[in-house]
Design a protein. Structure first.
Length: 271
């Protein structure tokens, strides 16, 4: 019997109690710099533990694809280095926090527990292992064809599958897109209320996907990279609406440091 879900992303979450100055922290050699618009930085300890620092003061320490015991064991083995990272965050951001107290209040969480996600996808024994899937869908194509053609490949494939989804109403279409994502074990999809974005535009439809098969568990890069799912949604809506002026924007992504991926569907104005 399996002791844990190998795709479960288990983390310890800590709260520094104040906003972290990522600009100053990015000057440290301990942290990997990302694009200016990113809301997080990260450090990798001993090529295993990921120490992810978010602008809002939260720190996530995780050991990908490991269970609770392996996470605790690795943190214990590298306690001195992890403590040093905490202190560097404190000093560079000038946060008045007692690090031992912050660490003692850390809580163990999994993505599924934190966001009360429904367990609606099949177990790993009826799907392609995550490591194999990511290599076949992303790593190997990128190495063979380069970043640009890799994105085109996933986009072309996503659009093709999306256009095969037919529906008589928007509600039916949204449900069928959700069913396709979940039945093919690509993630857990939630229909969310569309809100006006920073430009004042309101999306035609909005989705949130947890545990996207294409990015979940990978280290952060600061970019949205769910190209297949983004194109799948666009193809489905373009086919349903019988028009091509459809744009799908992935506003949040695991690779950007978010804990879920979010997509907004827009109908662009015709010229």
């Amino acid at each position: 019997m399996k002791s844990h879900d190998e795709n479960q992303y288990i983390s310890f979450i800590f709260d520094m109690g104040a906003e972290i100055d990522l600009a100053k922290l990015s000057k440290s050699k301990s942290f990997i710099s990302l694009p200016k618009e990113s809301n997080f930085l990260f450090s990798i300890v001993d090529n295993k533990i990921r120490f992810i620092v978010f602008k809002n003061g939260k720190i996530r320490i995780t050991y990908p694809n490991g269970d609770v015991d392996s996470l605790q064991k690795n943190i214990s083995e590298h306690a001195a280095q992890i403590s040093s990272l905490f202190n560097e965050v404190k000093e560079r951001s000038k946060i008045k926090a007692d690090i031992p107290s912050v660490i003692s209040k850390g809580r163990l969480e999994s993505e599924r527990d934190e966001f009360e996600i429904r367990n609606t996808i099949c177990e790993d024994n009826c799907s392609i292992p995550a490591e194999l899937f990511i290599d076949v869908s992303s790593i190997s194509p990128m190495q063979l064809f380069g970043q640009y053609n890799h994105e085109r490949l996933l986009t072309f494939s996503g659009e093709k599958f999306g256009r095969k989804i037919s529906a008589k109403s928007r509600q039916e279409l949204e449900k069928k897109v959700k069913d396709f994502i979940e039945s093919n074990n690509l993630g857990l999809m939630e229909q969310i209320k569309s809100e006006e974005d920073e430009t004042g535009a309101k999306p035609f439809s909005s989705f949130r996907i947890y545990k996207s098969k294409f990015v979940y568990g990978l280290p952060p890069t600061g970019k949205a990279e769910c190209f297949f799912i983004q194109a799948l949604i666009r193809g489905a809506f373009a086919s349903y609406l019988e028009q091509e002026n459809i744009n799908v924007v992935e506003t949040k992504c695991w690779r950007k440091g978010d804990v879920y991926c979010e997509f907004n569907v827009y109908m662009l104005k015709r010229a």
